[in-house]
Design a protein around this ligand. Structure first.
Ligand code: NAD
Length: 508
């Protein structure tokens, strides 16, 4: 809380901002070679915010050539790990110095509240980059247990040019999740932000150059997914793509890889996450606070949102009552006002999609308890926090990822039924369990098909724990923790024959 400014101070920063709008290639801002641009919009007002460079395959190719040259030059890839660490930590310092400006940029483009940007997204971005920077000179290779007549060394090497394709829901934080380990490993990195949210990525790249990351090592290409993203997916010079976004587009990246150079693909995709609350759950006030945070954080535009509350019928009404109270407490409105907990939906498409799901919920017979529609507020894309009771697993709102502030309450009779419903989904990203029985908590954590299971809290773990999904929620690797470094490196075996006996040999 101590890092929040006032609404007026944020307004002043917003007025003075000069938003970067060109791609960042080879250490400088560059318009798209064809001169094309596209508009981005402030979701809180519906007004145009910026005209951003629309890069195509030729721009992507230029970024790859420059990234490859930088990699071959070795100014970063062969820099001593301890020095790379210092440069990355210098980047963290510069980001920290510019955190107010970055938080405002992030809020203006995404509709997120400044409160979240300042208190969650920016601190987590800094923490993530610092953590991976610190790991740079602390990761060891291995020696194989191959006997005395050979030395088998297993070393990790950077891949070369890697790309990070980012969604619009956590633009700067998810960029950090990917560039942190990718840069620490010595790769050259090309970032493709979502077309709605570009400016923080561009500013990070600019600050990275100032911190001492050599030109060409960190580039940002802006543009539409079907053009810029596709060109990245198909480029033969890119060795790996780390993608976060929808499962649908994630599948495309696997196709692009198959059609081009079999580049490595790591996917973090959607979720339809369950929160199981059993009848022995303690402290329903605390449970209600976690449920609310999980569903409303970032207006529900969160892949790990617990959008299905699967609760024992004995305590359902008592818990839902408390959740409704909390929903009413979350203030919605102007994202730059630090008093607000909920901002605008990031895109008009997402706004329409969520409103459509709310209508479907009503039509399919779910009982609307609170919310249930748009909130008029100066042309922005605001949606009232919504709870549906009486949801059954067959309903659309219980099956599809809504990606909005909508909670579906499903009543069950016991833990076995809760697990069955929880796992009856194509996704498997995150799940939460509330129970006071420690044995049951362990059993449920094992039984749930999800990359992260939290017990008696909602969350995603932290930077030290891997994050990613089972089933359609993920593929090929994990973000966060030291495991993240593996996906940005190649494994090499170096085998040295030691079978002769040099000790017994005559030395001339
Ligand atoms: P999206 O899949 O539409 O876009 C993600 C990125 O892919 C963007 O940069 C976009 O420009 C690019 N892209 C879009 N179409 C493309 C194409 N045809 N070819 C190549 N690239 C293309 O996703 P979104 O709407 O920005 O984000 C929301 C989704 O992200 C949700 O499904 C959410 O669950 C998921 N998400 C997952 C995680 C996770 O860690 N598992 C985290 C955040 C968001």
């Amino acid at each position: 809380m101590d890092d929040l400014l006032t609404r007026d101070e944020y307004g002043a920063i917003a007025r003075e901002l000069s938003l970067p709008v060109n791609a960042f290639i080879h250490g400088r801002f560059t318009p798209a070679h064809g001169g094309g641009t596209f508009e981005t919009v402030n979701p809180a007002t519906g007004k145009v915010l910026a005209e951003v460079a629309s890069c195509d395959a030729e721009d992507v190719d230029r970024a790859v050539v420059k990234a490859r040259e930088a990699f071959e030059r070795g100014a970063w890839s062969k820099m001593h790990p301890s020095e790379r660490k210092h440069v990355l930590i210098q980047l963290v310092k510069l980001l920290k110095r510019n955190r107010y400006e970055l938080a405002v940029m992030e809020s203006l483009e995404s509709g997120k509240t400044i409160r979240d940007c300042a208190l969650i997204d920016l601190p987590e971005t800094l923490n993530c980059l610092e953590w991976h920077a610190e790991a740079t000179d602390k990761i060891y290779g291995q020696v194989s247990p191959s006997g005395d007549d050979a030395l088998g060394m297993i070393v990790r090497e950077p891949l070369g040019v890697v790309a990070c394709v980012i969604p619009w829901n956590f633009p700067i934080m998810l960029m950090a999740w990917k560039i942190g380990p990718a840069l620490a490993a010595g790769n050259s990195v090309i970032v493709k932000p979502a077309e709605q949210t570009n400016t923080t990525a561009l500013r990070v790249a600019e600050l990275a150059l100032e911190a001492g990351i050599p030109e060409g090592v960190l580039s940002v290409v802006t543009g539409p997914g079907e053009t810029t993203g596709k060109a990245i997916g198909l480029h033969p010079g890119i060795r790996m793509v780390s993608f976060t976004g929808s499962t649908e587009v994630g599948r495309l990246f696997l196709e692009y890889a198959a059609k081009s150079n079999l580049k490595r693909i790591v996917l973090e995709c959607g979720g339809k996450n369950p929160c199981l609350v059993l009848d022995d759950a303690e402290n329903l006030d605390s449970v209600a606070a976690h449920v609310t945070q999980s569903v409303l954080w970032n207006m529900g535009q969160n892949c790990s949102s617990n959008s299905r509350l699967i609760v024992h019928r004995k305590i359902k009404d008592a818990l839902v009552e408390k959740v409704m109270d909390r929903f009413r407490e979350w203030r919605i409105g102007d994202p730059l006002d630090p008093q607000n907990h909920l901002g605008a939906m990031t895109t008009p498409e997402q706004y329409e999609k969520v409103l459509g799901y709310i209508e479907t919920g009503k039509k399919e017979g779910a009982e609307l308890l609170v919310g249930g529609g748009a909130i008029e507020n100066g042309g922005g894309y605001f949606i009232a926090p919504t709870i549906f009771d009486g949801v059954v697993p067959e309903m659309t709102i219980a099956r599809d990822e809504i990606f909005g502030p909508v909670l579906s309450v499903i009543a069950v009779g016991d833990a076995a039924e809760a697990v069955e419903i929880a796992n009856d989904t194509a996704y498997g990203l995150q799940a939460s369990v509330f129970t006071s029985n420690v044995k049951r908590a362990h059993a449920l954590a094992r039984a749930l098909q999800a990359g992260t299971v939290t017990v008696n809290c909602y969350g995603e773990g932290d930077i030290t724990t891997p994050f990613g999904g089972y089933k359609l929620s993920g593929f090929g690797g994990r973000d966060n923790s030291l495991l993240a470094h593996d996906q940005y490196t190649e494994t090499k075996t170096i085998w040295i024959d030691l079978s002769d006996d040099p000790i017994g040999e005559q030395i001339d």
